[in-house]
Ligand binder design. Sequence first.
Ligand code: GLY
Length: 369
Amino acid sequence: MRNNPAEIAAKVAEKFRRSAAIAAQEGILPYKSAEGKWITSPYDGNSWWTGGFWPGLMWQLYAQTKDEQFKTEALRAEGLLTAEFRAFRYLNHDVGFMYLLSCGAHDKLIGDEQAALDTLHAANLLMGRYSPVGYIRAWNEKHKMGYAIIDCMMNLSLLFRASRMTEDPRFEKVARLHADMTMREFIRENGSVAHIVEFDPETGARVGEVAGQGYALGSSWSRGQAWGLYGFTLAYMNTKDARYLETAQRIAAYFIAHIREDGLTDSDFCQPAGEMRIDNMAGAIAACGLIELEKLTGCAAYREAAERMLDGMIDHCCDFSENILGILTHCTASYHDDGAGRHNNITYGDYFFTEALAKLSGTDPMLWI
Ligand code: GLY
């Protein structure tokens, strides 16, 4: 890698000391940053699916530096998230993202009985979304009752964790059923993945693919490819089921073939040629998955691809100035809807960028397992 990951990680930690102090002073959960300020989530308050990435980032930085400021800030954010259990209305399958990186990380890194119970509570909420006809329901809107989405592969880690915590196999069983369904129904012949597949909620019959946050129906939203890549890698790490590793490798081959010359990641791998729509969050998530794949298979090409993407982000899209409070720019939440951010700095971009640097410099506490 051209850049030194440990040096960049140290700069990241330095910047977040000030940015975390600002978030704490304002009492908010940061979602994105612009013009030197934090901006909170665009929808659903602290129940918005991204809420766990801020405490997750703080735990990553705590593992890296042992600086108590990061731990204190992670715990403050966790309090905001556990308050959402009571509100409940907006929680969905993304309780995996939200509570694994907050309560789950808390319990994993420093041990805490209440955090462990809250992690199990979240796992039970996710279990409650499993339909016996064969899928975990993603979202809450009535007309989306039959929707399952590729992103859920990341949330399954919460179920695998819950089975290990309780020795109750039900959680892992549901995670495996959903992962097997995803292998069958989402993965295309060329290794790309669908974002949303709709099922008949009564029978489980496949209704069809639905256009999601990518360019068009049937296209390849890059963040969806990244969720699939890292999600199946984690499913393999949790189960040692070779079919999950093989699936992660198929998605990885497709992803690597689409990395841009400059190391950045298009928002959709089928977007019109010449269209400048970047999503560095996809690149950062995929980099995490690829680094783990290299460790699992010994294939250097995975790590080289991850490093090429990280070098691209560091050279072109890292802003260490006070213009923004986070670091990674050119994060795009959705191809056609700019409401949640287009070419912005968004916290989960910084989370996965930091996790990838931590993997390369040996400080990653592996919060997903
Ligand atoms: N999990 C939703 C997204 O990636 O935007």
